[in-house]
Write a protein that binds this ligand. Sequence first.
Ligand SMILES: NC(=O)c1ccc[n+]([C@@H]2O[C@H](COP(=O)([O-])OP(=O)(O)OC[C@H]3O[C@@H](n4cnc5c(N)ncnc54)[C@H](O)[C@@H]3O)[C@@H](O)[C@H]2O)c1
Length: 252
Amino acid sequence: MGKLEGKVALITGAARGFGAEAARVFAKEGAAVVLGDIIDEAGAAVVQEIQAAGERARYFHLDVSQEDDWRRVVDESVKVFGKLDILVNNAGIVPSISSIEERTVEEWDRVMAINARSVFLGTKHVIPQMRRVGGGSIVNISSLAALGQSQIMEAAYAASKAAVRTFTKVTAGQHAKDGIRCNSIHPGPIDTDMLRAACADPEAVARRLSRIPLGRLGQIREIVAGVLYLASDDASYTTGAELVIDGGALVQ
Ligand SMILES: NC(=O)c1ccc[n+]([C@@H]2O[C@H](COP(=O)([O-])OP(=O)(O)OC[C@H]3O[C@@H](n4cnc5c(N)ncnc54)[C@H](O)[C@@H]3O)[C@@H](O)[C@H]2O)c1
């Protein structure tokens, strides 16, 4: 029996990267999976792949910064699969590198809306559904940037991910009574499209790796293993925790 048999999971930013792989793994583990993203063609392709393997999945357009999108997608998910047990707040963006002095208010607000407001909105709209079925698990993808190596982190991104870290703990504290667990994951540099775009220059990658004791980029599956653990009943006594998957970066 799969680790998520009988569960329904909603994953944001699920068209590629961590989100797409989490959707594939969750479906294999027995969950019905709702994938939300703004790149609809890529999201639909992941769903087709999951359905072709005989597993259950649906794609919905979901801009995580927009409350109306959340209302619609939560409603549709419950209509299609009957309930929601798991939410993975994964969608996020990395802004172009800029100093604090040069960062514009519009850019700052956009990063905050997609990386942090999104987690508030998703949590807000999913809590009533989880309470209705006696509980659930929320997994928020934060970052190493929320915890350390501040000298090399981009300020807007780091601040947005720190907001996710603290919001996770408040959610865990306030909704344990509803049977809802909420935890954050803090990946170091992982080999995805996002990282390749942010570190296109091989020297930038080498500089990044010099600060990683394990001496390599992480792989998507190494993050998804953590997401699966926290989403599943294996983590039934874990809430408000931060799971750091960073190749040892914080040791330095
Ligand atoms: N890759 C890394 O090294 C790394 C490290 C730490 C944290 N993270 C975090 O992990 C998460 C996933 O990262 P990834 O590397 O898989 O990135 P990715 O860019 O490959 O995937 C992110 C997904 O989010 C989607 N997205 C962007 N804006 C959206 C919006 N407004 N609404 C809905 N979806 C939207 C994108 O279309 C994309 O499919 C992000 O939150 C990121 O900040 C990544």
